[in-house]
Write a protein that binds this ligand. Sequence first.
Ligand SMILES: Nc1nc2c(ncn2[C@@H]2O[C@H](COP(=O)(O)OP(=O)(O)OP(=O)(O)O)[C@@H](O)[C@H]2O)c(=O)[nH]1
Ligand SMILES: [Mg+2]
Length: 614
Amino acid sequence: MSGPAPGGYVVGTAGHIDHGKSTLIQALTGIDPDRLEEEKRRGMTIDLGFAHLTLPSGRLVGIVDVPGHARFIRNMLAGVHGLDAVLLVVAADEGVMPQTVEHLQIVDLLEVGRGLVAITKVDLVEDEWLELVTAEVAETLARTCLREAAMVPVSAPSGQGLDRLVRQLDDLLAAAPPRPDRGRPRLPVDRVFTISGFGTVVTGTLVDGSLRVGQEVELQPSGRRARIRGLQQHNRRVEVALPGSRVAANLVGVEKEDLGRGEVLARPGTVVATRRLDARVRVLAGGPGLRHGAQVLVHAGTAEVSGRAIVLGGEEIEPGETGWVQLYLNRPIAAVAGDRYVLRLPSPQVTVAGGTFVDVAPRRHHRHDPRVGESLERRAAGEVLQEELRKHPRGITAAALLQASQAGEGDLGRLQARRAGQWLFAPEAWEALAARARRALESYHRAHPLRPGMPREELKSRLGLAPPAFAAVLGELIRDRVVVDREGEIALPTHRVEIDAGAAGRLLEVLGASPFAPPSLPEALRASGATEEVVRALVRRGDLVRLSEDVVFTRAAYEAAVALVREMVAEQGSVTVASLRDRMGASRRPVLALLEHLDAQRVTRRVGDARVLR
Ligand SMILES: Nc1nc2c(ncn2[C@@H]2O[C@H](COP(=O)(O)OP(=O)(O)OP(=O)(O)O)[C@@H](O)[C@H]2O)c(=O)[nH]1
Ligand SMILES: [Mg+2]
């Protein structure tokens, strides 16, 4: 059931300078992630590097290789968003060093949660030393979200341990949950370049939704519009890029000079830029703490923006504590609630805290108003509710949702949901449902062009909804004019019954040739080449009137016959099969069918052998 994700996975390296991150990636993938001339000259990674790998299971993994040098930590920070797992690299000869710790802190603040440790350069140390280093790494990991990460000793020159590392990575990713598709794709840009003949290309790790060739997109915070001309994943062209993978998008309508890190490519109008954000913050233990009013560097996605931290409900958040802050930025960033971020202090340059944005469009708060913290708590709980809602693509009742997420009734107010009766749907789930209904009806109309629509029961099973949910959903879909109700069946608003004019014309001609004594329906069908389906459609359109299984009149003949019956009843008081047959010059069969039909229509009433008008 849980095969590799179709879109792929993204893994990032982490670790101190010179510990062998890039060498390991090259040994694993055959791709040198150090692509800059300066990197080659200086023998170190300066900016993010990229490679990719197919694991034994078939999993496609995009790799982001980060620099270890403390001076390039901002580049590292641009590479760690949206990772499925982190590959922490610690050199056996040096052990845990400052950026081992700092990278780990960052990974921990971003809650990457899944990781693997490569102890590199084992060819340079004795076994006892390796044991000491392994113990030291385990102790360092113990206080972080990577406490359960496996450690694999490797050596790049000899290839020792590489197979095991690859297998461990495969196992690790097998346990990774599928990336959520929230119907709101975002690609925080981490690289921009031009390819002659193609123009501007941006790359990044795609989250929250998929992108498609031909789509109109918007870049935020700049607000520039562009169109996707082409997409690539791991150097292969794709029509659709799925969330949770490395993506290169070739854009029409923007220049390289207009773009850079911090821009987020998204569908127009789906992501806004903001300078004020409310956030839950965790301050690192052993650091300086976070004072009210502190100047900070905010790293989120691939953006880095300076601003001020307004501590809510106190003067300082102490090392090791959590609290609430309002971040007021010098420039807007494109973020959504639920995004993770890291705070650094500009001088001395140190990673101090991180957490989750809870509100990306907040007001200014009274710092000491206790209600602010409470309302943020509730908002954060709303996120929990939203998360829970996303797990139910076929809808969930409000009561069940509250129970599943342990939230209160009041939290429903902030929930972004589509309501259908008692049922709630995440906006993207609703969109998907409407799209499924549209697709099902499109193909139904194609297969049955003469039917007014699809029976409700069939649509219900196509949508896979529980009966009470279906009734509510259908009501909403009709209200939205996604679908319409045609004589109790469900159709697309654009569906018109298009009767095969040739066959229909011939049928009307055959039946109209002797209007009161038409051939039986099977004969008429044979003579005209029309089908039962055409008959039903002509009856629905009013061109034919069906009197019995095998007697069908044209509308004109029917109306004339009814007029004749009325006239005869007016003249003679009643009408019999025999008298009507004589006047119509028809055989008994159609006349009988006509009178029985008129009885059933409650136009006439039978009295003995005769009929009178009702
Ligand atoms: N003996 C030995 N040397 C290694 C091994 N792995 C890497 N090296 C050497 O260590 C040095 C640094 O390796 P890099 O891969 O550039 O290290 P890095 O972690 O990418 O460094 P930054 O990107 O600058 O943080 C290079 O000279 C490598 O050849 C190993 O397993 N054994
Ligand atoms: Mg490197």
